[in-house]
Ligand binder design. Structure first.
Ligand SMILES: NC(=O)c1ccc[n+]([C@@H]2O[C@H](COP(=O)([O-])OP(=O)(O)OC[C@H]3O[C@@H](n4cnc5c(N)ncnc54)[C@H](O)[C@@H]3O)[C@@H](O)[C@H]2O)c1
Length: 302
């Protein structure tokens, strides 16, 4: 059955940034529901402890190391393990790989979720400083390379196929004004995804990404919760949910996408498709010919 391809039983998938409570946690939940052994990674021990409780209903067994040690219930779904590690360091990456190799499933996948931007990273490029630039690249790009490489080295050494998915952003696909560090780092992640896909295809390792639009997470701003503002500029007229992202991750990580690599799937309600020359009602703002405007509006606009 084609739908069976989603099953991840016997496979271990690492999720970096699993403790965020939004995209990473929901990706972990979806992977557990598909039967995977999930190794949830976060540098924040408190957040890891919180997701162990949150995901208990999606797991068959639960196990962890580091400051958040606990054992959980046994049931029919996947197995959750957690490890407190900083993936921006070589030691952190080594710890993650060690734990993944010791997990009950065979190491198969990686979902790179760690990323984002801090408030000071919203600034005009004219004012941007080196610290903001370096932090943006540290948070969004470097760990994707080193953690992906570590996983791929393990897979190649074991002659195992695998799948890597990185959560990217619409800001990495098109320009990100006043967000130059984040947008440029995410654009680099896009290039990295495509390059790794080409190099690692021969080993049966697929590398894909997701261009997420505005996704409502626990840390979304108040404006994001406002129904009036929430769907502005989005053809589907709403913000995305972590589950929207997790569903695309399940497609890309599993054998459902067995012949897809180097792809970056938009999960943005269609927002990337609208050229700036069209307003939210799809009316071309650059057209002044009354005959065309009458054909669009059915009547001449004011
Ligand atoms: N939320 C959105 O609207 C949105 C839109 C587009 C793309 N994205 C992307 O989705 C991803 C997740 O975003 P989010 O808003 O859910 O993030 P988040 O901040 O809620 O979660 C990220 C998690 O990563 C952890 N983390 C950060 N640095 C780490 C490190 N070095 N080692 C280990 N753990 C670390 C944090 O502790 C946190 O729990 C990011 O890559 C972001 O760029 C988000």
């Amino acid at each position: 059955m084609i739908a069976e391809r989603i099953r991840l039983t016997g496979r271990t998938v690492i999720v970096s940034g699993a403790g965020g409570g939004g995209i990473g946690t929901t990706c972990a939940r979806g992977l557990l529901e598909a039967g995977a052994t999930v190794l949830g990674v976060d540098r924040d021990a408190e957040r890891l402890a919180a997701i162990e409780a949150e995901l208990a209903d999606s797991t068959g067994t639960q196990d962890s190391t580091g400051p958040a040690d606990s054992a959980g219930p046994v049931g029919p779904r996947g197995t959750l393990r957690t490890v407190c590690a900083d993936v921006s360091t070589a030691e952190g990456v080594a710890t993650v790989l060690e734990r993944a190799a010791a997990a009950p499933g065979e190491l198969y996948g990686l979902v790179n979720v760690v990323g984002g931007s801090l408030l000071p990273h919203w600034a005009p490029a004219l004012d941007f400083d080196r610290a903001q630039w370096d932090e943006s690249f540290e948070l969004n790009l470097h760990h994707v390379m080193w953690l992906s490489q570590a996983v791929a080295r393990h897979l190649v050494a074991h002659e195992s196929p695998g799948s890597i998915v990185t959560i990217n952003s619409t800001g990495g696909v098109v320009a990100a004004p006043y967000h130059v560090g984040y947008g440029t780092a995410k654009a680099a992640v896009l290039g990295l995804t495509r390059t790794l896909a080409l190099e690692w295809g021969r080993y049966g390792i697929r590398v894909n990404g997701i261009a997420a639009g505005s996704i409502t997470t626990p840390r979304a701003t108040a404006a994001a919760q406002d129904p009036e503002l929430a769907g502005r500029g989005v053809p589907l007229r709403r913000r995305g949910t972590p589950a929207d992202v997790a569903a695309a991750v399940l497609f890309l990580i599993s054998d459902l996408s067995a012949y897809t690599t180097g792809a970056v799937i938009p999960v943005e309600g269609g927002a990337l498709h609208r050229l700036g020359l069209f307003d939210e009602d799809n009316v071309p703002v650059h057209v002044t010919n009354p005959q065309i405007l009458v054909r669009i509006h059915g009547d001449a606009p004011d």
